[in-house]
Design a protein around this ligand. Structure first.
Ligand code: S6P
Ligand code: ZN
Length: 196
């Protein structure tokens, strides 16, 4: 048996840089069409925002072996489309029984979670806070602050991501919008097929 070598990685809290990352991708504003409620605001922003990187992921993948772990960072830009804060696509794990942890490094945001029964939970993400995503829960992160939101994640190597589940449900049940002052509030997504 060839043993996988142990490793340590330097992580920079301010910009999410992971020095020995071997995987990375970026999401541009244009990739997120259809995600936000206010399609008109999205279209209005498109000319200026199209090519901007609104979030990026760097990760370390040792192997795809069951039992192994992927760890990495996500950096999300601050901003809003209409009243709705910038967010990730969100997903359930392909192997839905796989859990995950998020650990806040800098900035302010929330993790929006939805169970298969449609229960919605919100957990704050900020420096020093660990959030546990239990098996089966759909999860999406939202930058509710004015600076980049940076967090660390850790999940099983064979978990995968099912992005179609949110599309099939026509969005998560709740949207995260400005409360009109400096904060955020949840708003029902009336398009959600599970909305009742
Ligand atoms: C993967 C984990 C994170 C997200 C990343 C981007 O299971 O939850 O690495 O992939 O924060 O979000 P999304 O929804 O575009 O994958
Ligand atoms: Zn995940």
């Amino acid at each position: 048996m060839k043993w996988i070598a142990p490793e340590s990685s330097q992580v920079f809290s301010e910009n999410g840089k992971l020095l020995n990352a071997n995987g990375r991708y970026q999401k541009h504003f244009r990739d997120l069409e259809g995600l936000y409620e206010d399609g008109e605001s999205f279209s209005r922003m498109l000319p200026e925002w199209s090519e901007k990187v609104v979030y990026q992921v760097e990760d370390h993948r040792a192997s795809e072996q069951p039992g192994d772990l992927i760890y990495g960072t996500t950096v999300m830009m601050p901003g809003k489309v209409g009243n709705e804060f910038f967010m990730t696509r969100g997903h359930q794990h392909q192997k839905a029984e796989c859990a995950e942890t998020y650990f806040g490094l800098s900035g302010e945001g929330i993790l929006l979670l939805e169970s298969p029964d449609g229960d919605v939970e919100v957990r704050e993400i900020r420096a020093g806070i660990m959030v546990y995503v239990p098996p089966y829960w759909i999860h999406r992160s939202v930058n509710t602050g004015n600076t980049d939101l940076v967090f660390l994640f850790n999940y099983p190597s064979d978990a995968g991501q099912d992005y179609g589940i949110i599309e099939r449900n026509r969005g998560m049940r709740k949207r995260v919008v400005t409360d009109g002052t400096n904060g955020w509030e949840l708003k029902d997504n009336e398009d959600s097929v599970k909305f009742s």
